[in-house]
Design a protein around this ligand. Sequence first.
Ligand code: COA
Length: 153
Amino acid sequence: MMKIELITKTQHMARTLLEIYDSANHLHGDDGAPGDEEHFYEIADTHDILFAMENNRPIAFLSTTSARKYIFISANYVHKDFQNKGIASQLMNELKTRNPGSVIWCKLLNYAPWAIKFYTKHGLSFIPQDSPLDSELGNPTKDEPWCALYATS
Ligand SMILES: CC(C)(COP(=O)(O)OP(=O)(O)OC[C@H]1O[C@@H](n2cnc3c(N)ncnc32)[C@H](O)[C@@H]1OP(=O)(O)O)[C@@H](O)C(=O)NCCC(=O)NCCS
């Protein structure tokens, strides 16, 4: 039985984030380097995290930061044994539901076509690299085209 929980800035979850990250990423060749533990302590300490739980075991997470109407997706990982079962989709839908009237956005790496496909499927549209952006979103880089999604009200 899958359920979704919001965990807000809890450092003791850092190792759990790292375990899910390592498991998820090993599927993907060059992107499969083990995670940096410090990075996940930082995320656990400062980001909001939606966890997907299977029988009380965390199997996926979606971490975000927010500033005014902007919700930034900093990471989205599903344990390899649970991928392609709609779990990341449920986390995305939960994020949209919890943040009406917000702009949900993320930065995507050019070499991660599966992630581009996933976010496109969820309504995020690419902003061309040479188009003017809201100054609060910063500047796109060659390797990281930007996406934005306007959530429903
Ligand atoms: C990307 C990821 C979060 C998707 O999670 P998931 O629970 O498997 O995704 P869902 O089952 O909800 O949705 C599946 C959709 O994601 C996309 N997708 C996921 N993995 C894919 C892959 N290996 N190749 C192509 N598309 C993929 C597809 O659009 C797919 O929909 P489709 O089956 O209709 O084509 C998960 O595969 C993962 O953790 N990958 C490794 C880490 C990563 O790349 N994270 C995203 C970058 S921040």
